[in-house]
Ligand binder design. Structure first.
Ligand SMILES: Cc1cc2nc3c(=O)[nH]c(=O)nc-3n(C[C@H](O)[C@H](O)[C@H](O)COP(=O)(O)O)c2cc1C
Length: 375
């Protein structure tokens, strides 16, 4: 039985446990779901698209660059960013109201998310006839992207931006040909950040053991679970009204009315069930990429984000799925053991991703560009 079916069955069992109370809500929930679904699909279409034209006035180009930036991966889809535009640069700043104190107490993932957004700007700028040069700005705690004119050109990575998604599904177990692994390797390395690629079964099983240790620690941590729950969007309506967070369907789970999702959450979201899910997801993947920075500092965390986004775009361009599995690096005690396993001296393992061939899931949404541009 696939993981998605297994999960749906757990939801149905929990629903049945809710008895008549749930049954009464069922019919109206179905009608609401159908209406919400078409609105959601419309929003996905208008979010995940290329620009109609790359021949635009400068102000429109900069807004388009911000729109592309927002399509980047980001932790819990909090979209923890703000953008300040000036004539020849874009300043990408953290939005600390959207930080995740439980899973990310040192704002590592905030900076990595900014790095992901910056990588999309770099890829998109060329298409608009600009060269984007990012540098970390320690005073602003953000990344300044300088823009110069350059010959226009489209890359495969740029073309992949609106098709990329984090695919939290079971993949089909096929391996990736060596020439494609080489392209992934070329994409995933950066300045002060290197990517380690693991495709052997034994290595994948070893990394799985760190994932399970990290996941078990997180599932035992009430603050982690409460924070995660607060960012889950259980219904189409919730996902559409906030346009952020983790929509159930995008994680391969059914959409439910929010009140019902929250009611049965603890029945469905258990340590054992999550660990079983990760075992099948990992064993169906073709490989794992670990991004490691030379120094444990914000500029390097952002660079690790850039590398992971470039890797994700290259994977997408090759018809591969990917998903972050950051449990081995999010729990400090497990991260230390994982660093030892990887044989790192002082380097920090920043981010972990699995990849392989798999299905497409419903895409997540983004807030409007106007909400993230500072005037
Ligand atoms: C720094 C960072 C950490 C992330 N950690 C995880 C993770 O541990 N597990 C996971 O399933 N997704 C993780 N994600 C993926 C985000 O949840 C995802 O990018 C976001 O929900 C938006 O969805 P999209 O990537 O499909 O556009 C992470 C993303 C970033 C940038």
């Amino acid at each position: 039985m696939s993981e998605i079916h297994h999960c749906r069955r757990r939801f149905l069992v929990a629903l049945a446990a809710g008895g008549g109370f749930v049954a009464i809500g069922g019919a109206s929930a179905l009608a609401l779901n159908a209406r919400g679904r078409s609105g959601y699909e419309e929003a996905v279409k208008s979010t995940w698209r290329h620009s109609d034209s790359t021949d635009l006035p400068l102000l429109s180009v900069r807004k388009e660059l911000v729109r592309y930036a927002c399509l980047a991966a980001n932790s819990h889809n909090t979209q923890p960013w703000q953008f300040r535009l000036s004539d020849h640069s874009v300043l990408v700043l953290p939005d600390l109201k959207r930080r995740l104190p439980a899973v990310d107490p040192d704002d590592h993932h905030v900076l990595a998310s900014l790095g992901c957004a910056v990588e999309n700007i770099v890829q998109a700028a060329r298409a608009f006839g600009l060269r984007a040069v990012p540098s970390y700005d320690p005073d602003a705690h953000g990344i300044r992207v300088d823009l110069d004119t350059a010959p226009p050109g489209r890359t495969d990575l740029f073309d992949a931006i609106p098709h990329r998604q984090s695919t939290r599904a079971v993949y089909d177990g096929r391996s990736v040909p060596p020439e494609h692994l080489q392209l992934l390797e070329d994409a995933g390395n950066g300045d002060g950040v290197r990517m380690l690629l693991f495709t052997e079964r034994k290595q994948r099983e070893e990394i799985l053991s760190y994932l399970l240790a990290g996941n078990s620690a997180q599932m035992d941590d009430g603050a982690f679970v409460d924070e995660l729950k607060s960012w889950i969007r259980f219904s189409y309506g919730e996902a559409l009204s906030t346009r952020d967070g983790l929509f159930s369907k995008s994680s391969g789970n059914p959409a439910l009315p929010g009140w019902l999702g929250r009611l049965i959450f603890s029945e469905v979201f258990t340590k054992d069930a999550e660990n079983r899910k990760y075992v099948s997801q990992m064993r169906s993947s073709a490989g794992i990429a670990v991004f490691v920075s030379d120094k444990n500092e914000p500029a390097y965390w952002a660079e690790a984000g850039r590398c992971s986004q470039r890797f994700a775009l290259q994977a997408t361009a090759l018809g591969l799925c990917h998903a972050f599995i950051n449990q081995p690096v999010e729990v400090p005690a497990v991260r230390g053991q994982f660093a030892t396993y990887l044989g790192l001296g002082g380097g920090r393992p920043d981010l972990v991703m699995r990849f392989g061939y798999g299905p497409e899931l419903p895409k997540s949404l983004r807030r409007p560009v106007e909400h993230v541009i500072q005037s």
